[in-house]
Design a protein around this ligand. Structure first.
Ligand code: SF4
Length: 468
């Protein structure tokens, strides 16, 4: 009898190592090399974010390779941000766990800090939404993409906050990254569609006789119950634990089609629809929008007619509104208000359109319509992520064009990416609706609504890239 009880444990055989498993093990075994790499990135980041802020503005004919300010601008906005977005969609949050200077500094500070437990206020689920919106809008007001002082304020300010939180909370943990980082929510959403993740096999965990090794999970993931890639920073520290955790391949987006009711998070849906899609589109679009120009002109005439000259003053400080008279680039109070208004209006119109159609799609399915629409909202992660990549890479293209590079294929590439994102999102919706066991008629009723929501994500990009 005893023999039979013991047998399942003693005959347990760990699955053979795959290439991905070996990559995961590499991350775990070479932690010291990763830490060295993180410090190299930290030093480069601190130099590029701070030095240009104290240099004169680059000349009009300056070149990326000859001017540190332009070089830093290209590194941050032309390479770093667009390709971090892309990398997370393809590899999960490797950026966060292996390269992010802010995460590394926060974790380092936390080793020597006060070690307080993470307070309740910090665990509020709305922080990723609020922090993303605030940073995005503020970045536009101070022209973070164009000026080094603004970049130091926004990126450097975030880094100082990350270090301060590290000094206060956790012991060698990343409380900042887990709860307050302005892009944590967006990165978490994008990681959900990555084709690789650290997979936890709970049965193997339970049955394994392998000696456990201590795990230091800096973003404080509850590893045993981890089902998705959203919170995992892909640091590899838990790879091979009890033979149950392996870096594994999966169908891109399968995490979204398999979300349980408990895993659906209304704040994530709001962030995706009104933030990552609505607000981001407004922020990327306002400077090229003829509607913005027309509305600004109309409001300016209205103000002039009433002699409210103060609204047209350019006396706001540079840390509140863009103020670089030497570059003939100064915002009036009206400009500031119009930018906030345009971004807010875009977020509400685009987000509201998508939200409304998702609710309609959810109502066509069996069960709780609100829960259905929440589940369907996650299907827009691919098109939302590709939109943000396209918006950021537009800066890359602009900077490279100024260097004399020509991209005759750019319009086609953008169109192909938008089409890929839309089809991917629609395919996920087919999978999600399929999981509800919907009858064909309900399928047929809900899919057009999902199509309208997806269309609402694409149209603003078509306006920006092809019509304006
Ligand atoms: S669960 Fe934690 S320890 Fe494991 S890879 Fe992800 S971040 Fe690292």
């Amino acid at each position: 009898m005893q023999q039979r009880l013991i047998q399942p444990l003693s005959t347990f055989v760990a699955p053979p190592p795959t290439l991905l498993f070996r990559v995961g093990e590499l991350l775990r075994r070479h932690r010291n090399a990763i830490i060295v790499l993180q410090w190299v990135v930290v030093i480069a980041y601190l130099a590029l974010v701070s030095i240009p802020a104290f240099m004169p503005l680059p000349p009009a004919d300056g070149r990326i390779l000859h001017d540190l300010t332009l070089f830093a601008q290209f590194v941050f906005w032309g390479i770093w941000w667009p390709f971090v977005i892309l990398s997370i969609m393809l590899m999960g949050r490797v950026w966060c766990g292996v390269l992010c200077p802010e995460g590394a500094l926060s974790e380092f500070a936390s080793r020597f800090g006060l070690g307080h437990p993470v307070p309740r206020w910090m665990k509020w689920g709305g922080w990723p939404f609020v922090a993303f919106l605030a940073t995005t809008v503020y970045g536009q007001l101070v022209s973070v993409y164009e000026y080094a002082a603004a970049a130091l304020l926004v990126l450097g300010g975030s880094t100082v906050a990350a270090i301060a939180i590290g000094l206060m909370y956790g012991r060698g943990k990343r409380a900042w990254c887990r709860h307050l980082c302005p892009v944590n929510g967006v990165f978490g959403l994008l990681a959900r569609i990555a084709p690789v993740h650290f997979k936890v096999d709970r049965d193997t965990w339970r049955n394994s006789t392998a000696a456990p090794h201590p795990i230091h999970c800096a973003p404080m993931v509850h590893i045993k119950s981890m089902r998705g890639a959203s919170d995992c920073h892909m640091c590899g520290q838990c790879s091979g634990h009890k033979d149950a955790i392996r870096l594994s391949a999966r169908l891109p987006g399968s995490e979204i089609t398999n979300l349980t009711d408990k895993e659906l998070n209304p704040w994530e849906a709001r962030l995706l629809v009104f933030g990552m899609i609505g607000t981001a589109i407004g922020a990327f679009q306002w400077s090229s929008s003829p509607w913005f120009v027309a509305a600004r002109q109309a409001v300016a005439e209205w103000l002039v007619a009433r002699e409210w000259w103060w609204a047209l003053d350019t006396n706001a400080p540079w840390w509140l509104l863009t103020h670089y008279p030497e570059a003939s680039d100064t915002f009036t109070w009206l400009d500031g208000a119009m930018i906030v208004g345009y971004i807010a209006a875009t977020a509400l119109v685009v987000g509201g359109w998508i939200w409304g159609w998702l609710r309609a799609a959810g109502a066509c399915l069996d069960g709780d319509g609100r829960l259905n629409s929440l589940r369907l909202s996650y299907c827009l992660v691919p098109i939302g992520g590709i939109g943000v990549f396209l918006g950021l890479s537009a800066l890359t293209a602009t900077m490279l064009k100024a260097e004399g590079f020509v991209f005759p294929w750019l319009d086609w590439a953008r169109g192909a990416l938008l089409a890929t994102g839309a089809l991917w999102s629609m395919a996920l919706a087919v999978g999600v609706i399929g999981k509800t066991g919907a009858a064909p008629i309900r399928y047929a009723l809900s899919m057009p609504s999902v199509g309208m929501a997806t269309g609402g994500t694409i149209v603003p990009w078509i306006l920006m890239f092809y019509l304006w």
